[in-house]
Ligand binder design. Structure first.
Ligand SMILES: Cc1ncc(COP(=O)(O)O)c(C=O)c1O
Length: 397
């Protein structure tokens, strides 16, 4: 534990710097070191130890120092009692689902989720483990309500959602879930805790892919579930210790370091994405732009009521062009990189073509193919100029 409790009385920026850090007891270094050793010296008589118990100073899969420091920080930033950090965002999602659900439970989940959440719930948990699942348009809380059953254990939403940037009313989803005795989990990766804290809006679990904004530099992977300790203990025991989804100490350290500048980076992402969304919306060759900060987004009012101070750096947009022109446009970009992932320091774009198997779940404007664009922290003028020269070179401008 840090020497002081970085609870809510300190500001977000202060906690991003200090929570989880402390003076290293051995060297006096003012940054806690990386502890790569995976095994710890046992006490004189180890026979009373629980080999499957959580905590540090036994074996890193049970709990390592760097992982614990990061957990302290993320619990503080997210307004949660406890946090469990795992090896990737998907390890966090699967760990949550695996620990919470059993056969014949029912899950209501959003039509807009990261593909792995869809695969886990819609293909693995329901087909292999007989968990019942219902996909809903979660932007309509009436659909969530209508899908609830007596055996509904979990409502899982993602807002803003990947890849169509759908917005779900977190407070309404929490109310509906709780009225029916279910729990609510929110994948908050696109917002980050700087812009949105679902636990404060009634959610029971927040999932973050740390690979994205929280690390922010595109050089490591991690995932977290944050919430009440009693709900997280089974995830720690099952997903981390018995399924083995542990994060490496080095990645936990990198994410800890990256997260110090989360608020500063998010300010820039928020501002730059807002500027570029407006710029793109004004171009005649752009068929649509979906960004929660734009008034044209159908979920703008809901987003404004639960996201602050900004809307993150990810948007979707389409071009009035054929399939090949979309690819040629991307190939002409010089500053913006064509790659999956998002929330990095650099701007990333990915063309999601018409062949997406989940297209039936997307609004019609997405059906001709679209871009997911993660706006980085470069100069906005350079990003706009890059888009402009690429559009000119494929004769769309
Ligand atoms: C919203 C969301 N959740 C979870 C994940 C999975 O995270 P990871 O790639 O760290 O496993 C992603 C990855 O893109 C994502 O966009």
């Amino acid at each position: 534990m840090s020497k002081r409790d970085y609870g809510k009385e300190l500001g977000f920026l202060t906690r991003a710097v200090h929570a989880g850090n402390d003076v290293d007891g051995e060297t006096g270094a003012i940054k806690r070191p990386i502890v790569m050793g995976n095994s710890y010296e046992l006490p004189y008589d180890p026979s009373d130890l629980n080999w499957s118990g959580a905590g540090k100073n036994l074996y890193t899969r049970n709990g390592g120092s760097n992982q614990q420091y990061l957990q302290e920080k993320l619990a503080s930033l997210s307004g949660g009692e406890d946090c469990i950090v795992l090896g990737s965002g998907v390890a966090a999602l699967s760990g949550l689902f695996f620990s919470l659900l059993k056969s014949s439970d029912h899950v209501v989940f959003s039509n807009v989720t990261y593909i792995a959440a869809y695969r886990l719930l819609n293909e693995l948990f329901n087909r292999k483990f007989q968990v019942e699942t219902t996909i809903v348009d979660a932007s309509n809380s009436g659909e969530i309500r209508g899908a609830m059953r007596p055996n509904t254990r979990l409502v899982h939403i993602e807002t803003p959602g990947n890849p169509t940037i759908g917005i779900t009313d977190i407070r309404a989803a929490a109310r509906i879930a709780h009225e029916r005795g279910a729990l609510l989990s929110v994948d908050n990766t696109f917002a980050s805790p700087y812009n949105q804290r679902p636990l404060e809006l009634g959610a029971d679990f927040v999932v973050e892919s740390l690979t994205k904004y929280i690390n922010g530099h595109g050089d490591s992977m991690g995932g977290a579930v944050i919430g009440k300790r009693e709900l997280l203990d089974p995830i720690r025991a099952q997903a981390q210790i018995n399924l083995g989804g542990v994060i490496s100490p080095f990645n936990a350290w990198l994410i800890m370091r990256g997260s110090v500048t989360l608020p500063l980076r998010m300010r820039q992402h928020n501002e730059s994405a807002m500027t570029l969304a407006g710029y793109l919306e004004g171009l005649p060759c752009v068929s649509f732009v979906r960004y929660p900060g734009l008034k044209s987004h159908p979920g703008h009012k809901t987003a404004a009521s639960q996201m602050s101070p900004g809307y993150g750096g990810v948007m979707a947009f389409g071009l009035k062009a054929d399939h090949d022109t979309h690819n040629r446009f991307v190939s002409r970009l010089k500053v913006i990189t064509s790659a999956v992932s998002l929330g990095h320091d650099e701007s990333l774009i990915v063309f999601l073509g018409e062949k997406d198997e989940r297209q039936y779940l997307y609004p019609p404007e997405f059906h001709n193919g679209f871009f997911r664009f993660s706006v980085g922290i470069e100069d906005t003028s350079d990003l706009a100029a890059d888009i402009e020269q690429a559009l000119k070179s494929v004769r769309l401008l």
